[in-house]
Design a protein around this ligand. Sequence first.
Ligand code: BGC
Length: 336
Amino acid sequence: MKRIFILLIVCLLLTSCQGVSKEEEKTSIRIGISLYRGDDTFINNIRSIIEEKAKEYERESGIKVTLDIQEAKGSQNTQNNQVERFISLGCDVLCINPVDRTDTSLIIDKAMTAGVPVVFFNRQPVEEDMNRWDKLFYVGVDAKETAVLQGQMVVDLYRKQPEAVDLNEDGVVSYVMLEGETSHQDSLIRTEWSVQTLKDGRVSIERITGGIANWERSQASALMEQWLTEYPDTIELVISNNDDMALGAIDALERAQVTGVNVIGIDGTTPGLEAIENGKLLGTVSANKDLYCSAILELAASCALEKALPEEYPLTDETYFWTPQEIIITKIKENP
Ligand code: BGC
């Protein structure tokens, strides 16, 4: 009898506890987002889509999502302070696009102490840092895959119409290379593997020159202007680590009234896609931005609500979401 009585009390306690946790289920979440810079075209594209995704999530789940978005203006110190502020404001989760991907330890320290999970994106922290806590995630693209796709688009065109790539038909494609920030994981890998893919695809190539334009249109435009003067009538292909620098090269080509040179980029930004539409940019490699941004948002929301991540977002090593990518090429060159 005594046992049954105790059992009854335990059951009553359990059901009442469940009742409390149901009532306490979160109906709103707050996400602190810090961008390495606010004037980066690709990052701005991502920002707008994350904002749309947050509204979509709110509509579908009935959970209110507050986004606190800050720009770090290229300063790691500023970003560290933003993280501190997000935590003091009670953010449930942080989405960080680190300024210096090799210097995220302070952000991680602060987040771990406060028990606030972090979803990094686009600028990949070093593995040692990512391994410090099981509440650290990364959303991005596989840099080698991007570069192989970029090289492949030229290989495919060369096979179909060699003269569309080897403009002077001397059997060698002479190219220049525009590189992003040296500290960014994407720059080195993109530079190496786009060229390697051309070689693997049996396109004879010759590097005329190259330079670092830090992802920026104006810097790339200045470099290209200089190269057009130094190497007149020589450049057949411009390989750029991103669309913005590719557009800078196109600006310089237009100013010098040089036509026919092929320019390839990466990102599929809004201005990049417009240039493809107009036949100015031969092609680009684009991540599925919809998926990229919903992965960031869904990961953040599931951390904030302490729920499992939906199955559509498989994580490698329970940490990394690698977004699928595709080639986008101008129809004008494909069907001359
Ligand atoms: C993009 C660049 C961008 C950079 C910012 C790269 O992955 O391709 O366009 O400027 O990330 O971190």
